[in-house]
Design a protein around this ligand. Structure first.
Ligand SMILES: Cc1cc2nc3c(=O)[nH]c(=O)nc-3n(C[C@H](O)[C@H](O)[C@H](O)COP(=O)(O)O)c2cc1C
Length: 367
C-alpha cells in the first residue's frame, strides 16, 4: 500500500515533550534552558498553546537514570497543565504494570470531564529494567510487554464504552463492570510508543496513534506502510507521530554548530550506559527492529533519536522537511528543544507559518 497521499485540508499537527522529568532531552553537559517544575511548565504550556501547538506529551519515569534525577508523575502533572490552558490537549504517559486499567480508566474519565475532553493517553510498554526492579514490578519479555499493553488498551476502551463490561485476559479481568461517568464523546485518544514489530502490530489492532523515535523519511515510511497495511486489514486507521529534536536558527551554520556542541559536550559514560540499557531492552524484540536498534552514539545523545529526523537548520529548511514527512504519511511531529520556552516561541513565530503556507500551496496545486 502506498502512503504518498493526495494533499487534503488536514494540517500536520505539532506536539512538544513536557519536561516533567529533569535534565532536558539531550545527555550532554551543554546548557539546557528548561525546568521540570510546575511554574516553568505552566508558562511553557501557555506559550505552546499560543504558538499553535495541538498537543503536549508528558513522560513517565519512576526512577532516575542517565539524567532525569527528578520525575513528576504524569497523570497529575497532565491535569495541572490542562487546568492552566484552554485548548491544548495533554497526553498522559501510562505504563501498564504500575497502572491497572480500572484505575486509569477512572482517572482519565474524571479528568476528561474536568477539562472538557482534552486529556489523551500514551500507553508505553517499558524499556528500563532497573526501574521495574526498583518498584517491584515483574520485567516481562519484550513481546509479552506488548501483549499486556494490548489487553490494557482493550480493557480501557471496553470500560469507557460499555456498561456491564466483562473481560477475561491473561493479564486483566473484569466482571460486569460499569464505569460512571464515562468519558465525554469522543473517547480520549490512545497513543502508544515503540517501533518494533510488536509495537506496530499493536498499533494496527488497537491504538489511535503510533509514536515512533526520530528517523529519516524513508525509515518512517517503511514503518507507516507496514502499519497502515495491517490496520487496513483490521478495518482501522492509525495516525502517525514522529519524534524530532528541533534546532531552528536564523542560519543553517548556527543550527549545525549547536548540534556539534551538543554532541561534543555529550557525557560519554551516560550515553553509553543509556545505549546499553535500551539496546538490551530492544534486543528482546525477536526481529531486532525496535527503537534504538540502529542508533549510533550521536543518535543516542538525544533520548529518542531526535537528531535523525533532521529538523535542524533554518525555518525554511525545517518547514520543507516537515512537508516531506507529511508526504510519507506523518500526521504529527513531536518536538523537543534545548531551550524550551524560547524555542517553542521561535518555532511558532518562524516555522509554523511557513508550514501552513507550504500546505496551502500544495493544496492549491492539487486542486
Ligand atoms: C514518543 C515516545 C514516548 C515515549 N515515552 C515513554 C515514557 O514516558 N516512559 C517510558 O518508560 N517509555 C516511553 N517510551 C518508550 C516506549 O514505550 C517503548 O518502550 C520503547 O520505544 C521501545 O519499544 P520498541 O522496542 O517496541 O521499539 C516512549 C517512546 C516513544 C517513541
Amino acid at each position: 500500500m502506498s502512503t504518498s497521499r493526495i494533499p487534503t485540508g488536514e494540517h500536520i499537527k505539532f506536539a512538544y515533550w513536557v519536561p516533567n522529568v529533569s535534565g532536558g532531552l539531550v545527555i550532554s553537559k551543554i546548557e539546557q534552558r528548561t525546568h521540570w517544575d510546575i511554574d516553568y511548565n505552566r508558562r511553557l504550556a501557555q506559550t505552546a498553546e499560543k504558538a499553535g501547538f495541538d498537543y503536549a506529551l508528558s513522560q513517565i519515569r519512576f526512577t532516575a537514570g542517565y539524567g532525569a534525577e527528578y520525575q513528576h508523575e504524569s497523570v497529575s502533572f497532565t491535569h495541572a497543565l490542562l487546568a492552566s490552558t484552554e485548548r491544548l490537549k495533554v497526553i498522559a504517559a501510562i505504563l501498564p504494570g504500575p497502572w491497572t486499567p480500572a484505575l486509569l480508566a477512572k482517572q482519565v474519565a474524571t479528568i476528561n470531564h474536568l477539562t472538557h475532553g482534552r486529556i489523551a493517553v500514551n500507553i508505553v510498554s517499558g524499556w528500563f529494567r532497573g526501574e521495574f526492579n526498583a518498584i517491584g514490578e515483574h520485567w516481562l519479555d519484550h513481546d509479552e510487554r506488548y501483549r499486556r499493553s494490548e489487553e490494557f488498551i482493550r480493557a480501557i476502551r471496553g470500560i469507557w464504552s460499555q456498561d456491564n463490561f466483562s473481560f477475561s485476559g491473561d493479564f486483566y479481568r473484569f466482571n460486569d463492570y460499569t464505569l460512571r461517568p464515562k468519558p465525554l464523546d469522543p473517547q480520549p485518544e490512545i497513543f502508544q510508543g515503540g517501533s518494533s514489530r510488536a509495537a506496530r502490530d499493536m498499533a494496527a489492532r488497537v491504538s489511535d496513534w503510533y509514536f515512533t523515535n526520530g528517523n529519516t523519511p524513508e525509515g518512517i515510511k517503511a514503518q507507516i506502510d507496514d502499519i497502515r497495511a495491517k490496520a487496513e486489514a483490521e478495518g482501522r486507521t492509525v495516525k502517525i507521530g514522529v519524534n524530532a529534536f528541533v534546532i531552528a536558527r536564523d542560519t543553517e551554520e548556527e543550527a549545525r554548530q549547536v548540534l556539534a556542541e551538543i554532541v561534543e559536550q555529550a557525557d560519554p559514560e551516560a550515553v553509553n550506559a543509556f545505549g546499553h540499557e535500551v539496546k538490551q531492552a530492544g534486543k528482546a524484540s525477536p526481529e531486532g527492529e525496535g527503537n534504538w536498534a540502529k542508533s549510533t552514539f550521536e543518535d543516542l545523545v538525544q533520548y529518542n533519536d531526535g537528531f535523525r529526523t533532521n529538523l535542524i537548520g533554518t525555518p525554511q529548511q525545517i518547514a520543507e522537511r516537515i512537508l516531506a514527512l507529511k508526504d510519507v504519511g506523518v500526521d504529527l511531529v513531536l518536538t523537543g528543544y534545548l531551550h524550551f520556552i524560547e524555542e517553542v516561541e521561535y518555532f511558532g513565530q518562524k516555522v509554523l507559518p511557513l508550514v501552513r503556507e507550504l500546505e496551502e500551496r500544495r493544496l492549491r496545486k492539487a486542486a
